[in-house]
Design a binder for this molecule. Structure first.
Ligand SMILES: Nc1ncnc2c1ncn2[C@@H]1O[C@H](COP(=O)(O)OP(=O)(O)OP(=O)(O)O)[C@@H](O)[C@H]1O
Ligand SMILES: [Mg+2]
Length: 420
């Protein structure tokens, strides 16, 4: 389609001449004989270029038209043609938004057509420039948004990593202490047995008291090993759905009657774990869910098999990025109070609790157990929306670089030489 030029001039003869010339050059022409007509033709026709006389019925009619058109569009080329050719007129026209200024009588032919082409070219460059700028701005804002998002993600990952490292070093420290303590208790236990034999029934009460205290110390060591992720002393092949199915009665008695407890236990492959510890995980998570609902609500326990990986997830993983693999996943979902960001951030810190009678050790223990089995623990929670906790256990466990706890005391040694 040929480009459209609006020609505004009060002299009909001049319009005719210009028109013939312009049409010969392949453009379409619309005509108007004064500023008002010119503006309405501009609005209805949307020409590609406007060429206007400067002085029509009134002295500045052409200039007013330039200003009016510029209010609508700053990218349409406008050429002003003047009979007087004073510098003043030229400045006025350009200041109001004309792109070009020609003096009558325009050397009909060359000069006019060159001016028209020059202005079309300028309009094209302007359009391209704008498109380029818009595209650039779009790209910049997309890039900025993605940079901000990855920066946020990075910060979250770093915070998680620090938390994981903190827990790991705490675990190592606790594990080390428990190990040495275990050796001492082993010696004390052996010594007590020898004393009992040597005393042949004398001081039986005192010896029983010492043995009782040693029993408690063993329990404590066991717990610390669990926290340190080294407690899987009895890892056997377990089916999590069967294990939880067997706990159903116990779980129902652990939550109040106003809580609707539902279980969806899918058919899942076996995992390697210590059944006592796995029950501890379930019990801790269910108790936390129940304690988040002072006026009753719903707890849903689900078990299924899934493939997980380190990619984005609804869950914030307290155990660091998830290793790709097949897992048996336990989800405990509650309709309780939910947690704010700050609480979620502190989860797993030993002794962090918001409860008057809490110890803040439930999740720390759960994390220790899950990590000890090469699994992952994730939280998805928001205030007023409730909480979902995901504990994932690998179906084909990755060999862990975690030494198992010393066995001596946990297996009841018979002599002092069995200490590590
Ligand atoms: N399902 C949940 N809904 C809301 N808040 C929770 C949930 N689970 C954990 N929390 C928050 O996390 C905190 C730490 O939980 P954690 O189980 O480690 O300790 P605790 O329950 O306070 O004490 P305990 O050692 O007796 O388990 C809780 O005090 C609570 O604020
Ligand atoms: Mg708890």
């Amino acid at each position: 389609m040929s480009r459209k030029i609006l020609l505004v001039d009060d002299e009909a003869g001049l319009r005719r001449n210009f028109r013939a010339l312009i049409e010969d050059a392949g453009y379409t022409v619309r005509e108007a004989s004064n500023g008002a007509e010119g503006l309405s033709a501009y609005l209805s026709e949307q020409p590609d270029l406007v060429m206007t006389d400067m002085r029509m019925q009134s002295a500045k009619d052409g200039l007013r038209l330039v200003a009016a058109i510029r209010e609508h569009d700053d990218a349409v080329p406008i050429i002003v043609v003047s009979g007087s050719g004073t510098l003043h007129d030229a400045i006025d026209a350009i200041r109001l938004g004309a792109w070009d200024y020609l003096v009558k009588p325009v050397q009909l032919g060359e000069e006019l057509l060159i001016a028209i082409e020059r202005n079309f070219e300028r309009a094209r460059l302007l359009r391209e420039n704008r498109l380029y700028r818009e595209k650039l701005e779009e790209m910049v804002s997309e890039r900025t948004a993605s940079l901000l998002a990855s920066q946020r993600e990075n910060q979250e990952l770093q915070a998680r990593l620090m938390q994981t490292q903190k827990l790991e070093s705490l675990g190592r420290l606790a594990g080390g202490i428990a190990h040495d303590f275990n050796n001492l208790v082993t010696i004390m236990h052996a010594g007590t047995s020898e004393l009992r034999a040597a005393l042949a029934g004398a001081h039986a009460d005192s010896i029983a008291m010492v043995e009782d205290a040693l029993e408690q110390a063993v329990d404590l060591i066991r717990q610390i090993f669990v926290f340190a992720g080294r407690g899987s002393q009895a890892a056997v092949s377990c089916n999590l759905s069967d294990l939880i199915g067997g706990m159903e009665k116990l779980l129902r008695s652990a939550v109040t009657a106003s809580i609707d407890l539902q279980l969806t236990l899918g058919t899942v492959p076996a995992i390697a774990g210590d059944p006592t510890q796995l029950r501890q995980v379930v019990m801790n998570l269910v108790l936390n869910a129940a304690q988040a609902m002072s006026h009753g609500g719903k707890i849903w326990i689900g078990v299924d098999a899934r493939r997980l990986g380190p990619g984005p997830s609804d869950f914030a993983f307290l155990t660091g990025p998830v290793r790709s693999g097949e897992y048996v996943v336990l989800v405990v979902e509650d309709s309780g109070s939910g947690m704010d960001q700050e609480t979620v951030r502190r989860l797993g810190d030993p002794f962090f609790t918001t409860k008057a009678d809490g110890h803040g050790l439930g999740l720390t223990t759960v994390i220790g157990i899950v990590r000890g089995l090469g699994g992952a623990l994730g939280i998805d929670s928001a205030v007023g929306r409730g909480t979902r906790v995901l504990a994932a256990f690998p179906t084909s466990p990755v060999p862990q670089e975690v030494p198992s706890p010393p066995r001596s005391i946990l297996e009841r040694p018979r002599g002092p030489n069995s200490a590590h």
